[in-house]
Every structure is written in structure tokens, then in C-alpha cells.
Design a protein around this ligand. Structure first.
Ligand SMILES: Nc1ncnc2c1ncn2[C@@H]1O[C@H](COP(=O)(O)OP(=O)(O)OP(=O)(O)O)[C@@H](O)[C@H]1O
Ligand SMILES: [Mg+2]
Length: 467
């Protein structure tokens, strides 16, 4: 099949399937190619990028800090630079990028960037030569800090009054052997709370077993939960299930709502009766675990949608904790930002950056769908990307956040009473303002970004008195 493809089709096929992000700019620094892997890595669609200038997309860069533009200017290749970015899920990603000039008849007519996502650190180490040793250390320190085992309540930071009261209540209740049900959006600290409860309980010297229910294939669910006895089916071995593994300790069932309803019923029965039986086994085994279950949606909604059994919810929820999302905890946004800036700067030994007023305000208004995890990662990103600038302005935020900023500005426009023409003008003003900001007020650069004539832009700026 593949041998029959024309060369052009073959290359298109390769570029689409290869797990290397590839982008190409022309002699003016405008993107002309952006493959699917690049879309995934940077969280931006090709159609948003094609035809735009590098600095319009990466507004935290400038002519001298952009490797792609440097490569275009000098015609020299730039090998294996490490970049740290935050993707649109708020996760920090580590990239290794290389820039290669495109030269035709002795003229530089463009430049290519290819990027490998190196989140598997083993591969990253192989990639790095000795020169990068220092950076390697930084990257490792950051990674290691996230694998803290054994959280205690001191790790859950908050200055919100109601949340402090709630945490204090949970601290007291942790001492009693009740099951616990925790709900909260992703990244709100459910794992911290679960581990803290275990570490404060009488079970603290016994196992803490965490299982993400969404991660088990359906046909293995029962055997993973309850274990198997030799002979129960061909190839079966004597194997402990989660309840036996956690004996005497705590079993954390993450994303409980991913369990199929029939298994939720079985789980309920186990909790009521206090015994399990391995698949294929004949012996009743006493269950001696404290179960902590988590969900990342509202329990009412899950029960209504038949994705969570109500009786199971009540059985598990003598202690029910709901951690509010970060966007509803304005004081925590300021406080946690400060704490994370201090911590991260210290851990990689750089000066603490100062956030501009605008950035602080934007943080307060921002939706933080990834909650505290996202905030933590955005702070890391800022620290690693703003090394030379003292005051961090909106430009230094990850691209996906800034994108949101234009959306937000447009969203915030009060257009209700305007007619069609005026609505369009209001939209235009936001877009022009944004372009001017990107180019730091340079009108001809901004007109290039916008793809309109300089004179047209000048006219609009004057007419609408845009500063
Ligand atoms: N209140 C907090 N104080 C300090 N760090 C926090 C807080 N809440 C969350 N974090 C940090 O955010 C990250 C995510 O927390 P955690 O894993 O506990 O969230 P989660 O609710 O279990 O998320 P998920 O639903 O995605 O599993 C961790 O790095 C954790 O240390
Ligand atoms: Mg979790």
C-alpha cells in the first residue's frame, strides 16, 4: 500500500504520524507549517498559527530570545534546547527543540523547528550532553517535589475561613474509623486530604493503597478488587485483591463514579457485610479497611445521572467533604501564588519574580479548571521562563491562558444594546488592542500580525482613539 503513495503523499503521511512536533516559518517569521503533533504539544490549532508571526504566538519571547527567529537570522542550526511549557491542561511539559535553517541558493528562506516531548525523564537524560548538567538538576528537583508520599494536613494550604473550619473538623474526625467521601474538581487536593486522614489515624503504620477506578479495564475490575483463587478460571493464580492488600490500613478509591453500577452494588454489599470472597474462592475473608472514596463531580449530579448509587454514597459518606474549586477561593489564589513563587524560586535558586498588578488581577478572574495543580504549574512556568525579567506581565503567561484572556475580554464586553455594526467595532477594538500590546505599540508590526494594511490600522486607531 504505502509503496504506491506518491512521494508528496508519503511525506504528508509521515509528517502527520511522526511523534515529533514540526513547525516551519518563512523568511518573514510567519508560520507556514504546523503538524498535528505540534498542535498536541503546544495546545494550539494549526489554523490559529498559520500565517501568524512567531512573536504573535509566543508573546513571552522577543527577537533575540526566540530560537526559531535566531536560526532564521543567523542561518545557524540550534540543537537540543530544553524548553519548559505549560499546556492547556495546566501540566508542565519538558521539550527538547532543534532549529534548522532552510537554505536555497545560498539564501535563508525559512526555518524549521522540531520538538520532542520528553516527559519520560529516562529518555531526557540520554538526550542531554554534559553541558546541560545544571539544567538537568533543576528539572529533576522540580519533578521530585511532586512525588511527595505521605501528605499530612500541614500540606493542605488555605487561608479561606470556611475551608479552615472544614479542615479542622476533618482533622478531628480522622481519628475515628469512619469511611470518608471526598468530592472536588481535579487538582483541588483530594489526594492530600485522603493521605492526611490516613496518616493521622490509628491505621497510619498500615498500608495506604490508592486505586484509580477509571484506570482498570472492566474485565479485570472484580479480580483487582476482590482477588482470585487458583482454579477459578484457566490460568488464574492465588492473588490478593485491593481489600486484602490494604488490610488494617486505608483503601483510597479514586474516581469512584467510574465503577460500573453493578460493581458499586457489590462494593456496597462488601461494606455492609464486612466480608469479601476471592473470585473462585470458598473462604470468607474479613474486611479490615477504612475506605476513602473520591469523585471529581458533584455527587447530586452523579446520583441523578445514575452514575453513582445513592445508597453507596451514604454508606461511604458518614464523613462527606466537598473541596470548593480554586476560582471560588479568591483569597487562596493570592496566597497560594505567593507561597508557590517563594517555594519554586528557592528550590531552583533563582530570584523571586514579581507579578504585575494586571497578572494578579487576571489570576483572580481566571477559571483555573485545573485548580491548585494548574496554579502550581503556571507558577513553575513563569519562574522558568521569566528569568531575566523582574516584573512578570501578562505576556509571560502560557499561551493557552492568554488566549483565554482575549476570550474573556470579548466575553466581558457589554454588547447588549448595540446594533450589529457597533458590536463588530467593539470586537475589532479588542483584537487591535491585543495586537498592539503584543508588538508593544509598534503599528507596522501590529498590522502585519493582523494581516491588514498599516494605513488601515492607523486609520482605525485614530478614529476609535485607541491608545
Ligand atoms: N490546598 C493546597 N495546598 C497546597 N497544595 C495543594 C493544595 N491543593 C492541591 N495542591 C497541590 O496540587 C496538586 C494536586 O493535588 P491532588 O493530587 O491532591 O489533587 P486531586 O484533587 O487528587 O486531583 P485529581 O482529581 O486530578 O486526582 C498537588 O501537587 C498538590 O500538592
Ligand atoms: Mg487525586
Amino acid at each position: 500500500m504505502i509503496a504506491q503513495l506518491k512521494e508528496e503523499e508519503l511525506f504528508a503521511c509521515i509528517l502527520r504520524n511522526i511523534d515529533i512536533g514540526i513547525s516551519v516559518i518563512d523568511e518573514n517569521g510567519l508560520f507556514v507549517y504546523y503538524n498535528e503533533t505540534m498542535e498536541k504539544i503546544e495546545g494550539i490549532k494549526a489554523e490559529e498559527v498559520i500565517g501568524k508571526h512567531v512573536l504573535e504566538i509566543h508573546t513571552n519571547l522577543n527577537e533575540s530570545s526566540s530560537t526559531l527567529l535566531n536560526c532564521l537570522r543567523t542561518g545557524k542550526r540550534i540543537n537540543n534546547r530544553i524548553k519548559v511549557q505549560v499546556n492547556k491542561h495546566g501540566e508542565v511539559i519538558y521539550l527538547v527543540t532543534t532549529n534548522v535553517p532552510i537554505i536555497k541558493e545560498d539564501k535563508i528562506i525559512g526555518a524549521i523547528e522540531y520538538v520532542k516531548n520528553e516527559n519520560s525523564f529516562g529518555e531526557l537524560y540520554d538526550y542531554l550532553d554534559k553541558k546541560h548538567k545544571n539544567h538537568k538538576k533543576e528539572v529533576k528537583e522540580i519533578k521530585d517535589k511532586d512525588i511527595i508520599k505521605g501528605y499530612t494536613f500541614e500540606d493542605f494550604l488555605t487561608i479561606e475561613k470556611e475551608l479552615i473550619i472544614l479542615i479542622n473538623k476533618i482533622k478531628d474526625m480522622a481519628l475515628y474509623d469512619y469511611n470518608v467521601f471526598i468530592s472536588g474538581e481535579t487538582g483541588t487536593g483530594k489526594e492530600i486530604i485522603a493521605q492526611s486522614i490516613h496518616n493521622r489515624s490509628q491505621r497510619k503504620n498500615k498500608p495506604f493503597i490508592a486505586q484509580n477506578c477509571a484506570a482498570i479495564p472492566e474485565n479485570l475490575l472484580e479480580s483487582i478488587f476482590f482477588g482470585t483463587d487458583k482454579g477459578s478460571f484457566t490460568g488464574a493464580v492465588d492473588k490478593m485483591g485491593l481489600f486484602e492488600q490494604a488490610k488494617g490500613g486505608t483503601l483510597l478509591l479514586d474516581e469512584l463514579n467510574s465503577l460500573p453500577i453493578y460493581l458499586q452494588a457489590k462494593l456496597l454489599r462488601v461494606l455492609q457485610e464486612g466480608y469479601i470472597r476471592r473470585i473462585g474462592g470458598t473462604e470468607d475473608i474479613l474486611v479490615d479497611v477504612r475506605v476513602i472514596a473520591t469523585i471529581n463531580e458533584k455527587p447530586e449530579l452523579l446520583i441523578k445521572g445514575n452514575r453513582l448509587r445513592e445508597d453507596l454514597f451514604y454508606r461511604l459518606g458518614p464523613i462527606y467533604i466537598n473541596i470548593p474549586p480554586l476560582r471560588e477561593r479568591k483569597a487562596d489564589i493570592d496566597y497560594l501564588t505567593k507561597v508557590f513563587i517563594k517555594r519554586e524560586s528557592k528550590s531552583i535558586k533563582v530570584k523571586e519574580p514579581i507579578l504585575s498588578k494586571k497578572v494578579k488581577q487576571y489570576f483572580r478572574d481566571y477559571s483555573w479548571v485545573g485548580n491548585v495543580r494548574e496554579l502550581k504549574n503556571v507558577v513553575k512556568y513563569i519562574i522558568l521562563n521569566s528569568a531575566c525579567s523582574e516584573v512578570v506581565d501578562i505576556d509571560y503567561l502560557p499561551y493557552y491562558m492568554k488566549n483565554n484572556l482575549i476570550d474573556k475580554k470579548i466575553h466581558d464586553l457589554n454588547l447588549e444594546d448595540l446594533d450589529y455594526q457597533d458590536k463588530v467595532i467593539e470586537f475589532e477594538k479588542v483584537i487591535i488592542n491585543d495586537a498592539l500590546k503584543t508588538t508593544k505599540g509598534n503599528v507596522s508590526e501590529a498590522s502585519k500580525l493582523l494581516g491588514i494594511k498599516r494605513q488601515t490600522l492607523q486609520y482605525k486607531i485614530k478614529k476609535w482613539q485607541i491608545e
